[in-house]
Design a protein around this ligand. Structure first.
Ligand code: F6P
Length: 538
């Protein structure tokens, strides 16, 4: 069965692939310390969008490599696949579903490619979310003691947690001081201590639980919800008042209503929204409660701006496509086994776990769209975290270890939100370290320069002989630097949509389906079987 969605071109069959294999041979592309001598390189290899800048001058590429990568994109019908995605075709071929996360942030578009019916459905649910936020902020939602809710606990896992948590953390600046916004907490792990750690500091009378689950059958989330209800009842909440403390966000409203959730506190999203792509849907309710409806809509607008850019910009000016092509160059041609995300903003501490699910659950695949076994590398291992912490820990391996580890550095140019008096000095320190790490990874320091440095430090010849090899740096580790003007709702929306589209482009290049996740099913099945057999840890 072929359809526009599952037809693809094997990338290795393309002339561009062979060109890239030749270009990747040792010595063909100069060392970064030589490429970076060109004073025009940084400007030529920077793409901007609404203040966001992607500088890929520290990637191991030349114009010839970029042209061949662009040919690869054209040869694998990227444009056609993108049009199919936006038009709501069943691009998720193994589940015969569309993947229309772009429709979730396209309100206000005239003649949307996904059609008026979906446009209306999305608009209705978004209005319900915004209305609920307004009720919360005007103190019309009250707990069993008659007091308005103050705290929200998100119970969910994977896509039902990581996206909302990333946003709430990133936009802390929008929830400062005395505010009508909710204090939002996240519990995803089924370990009782994970729930207790949050509940112990909360007032049950003013705590609202948002149970987030697309399937509404995820074992961990179900148990967390039962435990939360029990906590409320033990703290004096009557069975009658219990539903007031509970909100459901799910594609299975029927299950939620059967379990006693109030219809007016049950929010819906659709099966054509993947869990890891769902933060723009009602799954974003905790975000809207934390930052307000208008800021949530601003986040949607940022994602929309990235959608528009992705849909219209030429390949070599297209931010998501560039990041995807550079990732393919590093993965399939320079053979890097992993990809590192280094965020230089504490508020972005949730971004790496979010991208790990987005990237590895989408593209950690071994079967092509046509069900044939994949013969090329697909998703790299995505790892990372806060760069400042990493440079005092695992960056050692990136600088001097045996692996080639390409890095995305993500930083912020301006921060007007932090109330601390020395905030600008903190920001400067972050920025200098991010720039220095990208430079050190690219340039390295060869042994002759290391010897010169040690001689200048007055070390003896025998000390230099003994130490120089240990203190030299090969360099030539590639990186991209992504700078946000300010970490606000709009730029965060752009950033997260950027990585969604990067993931989609790589899947298109590899001829795989980024929208299913059969690989997570076996473990769940076995856990249920063990439970039914009454197995104990052995
Ligand atoms: O097990 C993986 C997964 O299905 C993810 O794809 C999903 O985001 C997460 O579990 C949670 O699923 P649900 O939202 O249905 O509870």
């Amino acid at each position: 069965m072929t359809s526009p969605s599952n037809s693809f071109t094997l990338p290795t069959s393309l002339e561009a692939w062979k060109k890239l294999e030749n270009l990747a041979q040792p010595g063909v592309v100069e060392h970064l310390r030589d490429l970076l001598i060109d004073p025009e390189r940084s400007h030529a290899m920077t793409v901007s969008l609404h203040g966001m800048e992607l500088n890929y001058s520290h990637q191991r590429v030349t114009t010839e490599v970029m042209v061949a990568l662009a040919e690869l994109a054209q040869g694998t019908q990227l444009k056609e696949h993108t049009q199919a995605l936006f038009a709501g075709e069943r691009v998720n071929v193994s589940e015969q579903r569309a993947a229309l996360h772009v429709a979730l942030r396209g309100q206000g578009l005239q003649h949307p490619p996904w059609g008026e019916a979906i446009q209306a459905q999305v608009g209705t649910e978004l209005a319900r979310v915004c209305r609920f936020v307004d009720l919360f902020e005007s103190h019309q939602l009250k707990g069993f003691g008659g007091e308005p809710f103050t705290d929200v606990v998100n119970l969910g896992i994977g896509g039902s947690a990581l996206g909302p948590m990333t946003c709430v953390q990133a936009l802390e600046g929008l929830n400062q001081g005395p505010s009508t916004h909710a204090r939002v907490h996240f519990v995803s792990n089924v370990d009782a201590w994970s729930l207790w750690h949050t509940l112990k500091g909360l007032n049950p009378r003013t705590t609202l639980f948002v149970v987030q689950s697309k399937t509404f059958t995820t074992q961990e989330t179900t148990l967390l919800a039962s435990s939360a209800k029990r906590w409320l009842v033990d703290q004096g909440c009557s069975e009658h008042d219990l539903p007031r403390h509970l909100v459901a966000v799910t594609a299975r409203q029927d299950l939620a209503l059967k379990q006693g959730f109030l219809a007016e506190q049950t929010f819906h999203f659709w099966d054509w929204v993947g869990g890891r792509y769902s933060v723009w849907s009602s799954i974003g309710l905790p975000v809207a409660l934390a930052i307000g409806a208008e800021n949530f809509k601003s986040m949607l607008s940022g994602a929309r701006a990235m959608d528009e850019h992705f849909f219209t910009a030429p390949v070599l000016e297209n931010m998501p496509t560039l990041m995807a092509l550079l990732g393919v160059w590093n993965r399939n041609f320079l053979k890097a086994p992993s990809h590192h995300i280094a965020t230089y903003a504490y508020r972005l501490r949730g971004l790496t776990p979010y991208i790990q699910q987005l990237d590895m659950e989408s593209n950690g695949k071994g079967t092509h769209l046509n069900a044939n076994r994949v013969q090329i590398e697909t998703a790299p291992i995505v790892w990372g975290g806060l760069g400042i912490d990493g440079q005092h820990a695992y960056f050692q391996l990136i600088h001097q270890g045996q692996h080639l580890v390409p890095v995305d550095f993500i930083g912020v140019r301006h921060d007007s939100a932090c109330p601390l008096p020395l905030a600008q000095e903190h920001l400067r320190c972050l920025q200098l370290n991010m720039m220095a790490q990208a430079q050190a990874m690219a340039l390295g320091r060869d042994e002759s320069h290391t010897r010169q440095e040690m001689t200048a430090q007055g070390l003896s010849a025998e000390a230099i002989d003994a130490l120089a090899p240990h203190r030299s740096f090969r360099g030539n580790t590639p990186s991209s630097s992504l700078w946000l003007q300010e970490l606000d709702a709009f730029s965060l929306g752009m950033l997260m949509a950027l990585y969604e589209h990067k993931t989609f482009v790589q899947a298109t290049l590899w001829g795989i389906n980024p929208f299913d996740q059969w690989g997570v099913e076996l473990g769940k099945t076995m856990a249920n079987e063990l439970a039914q057999e009454g197995k104990k840890p052995s």
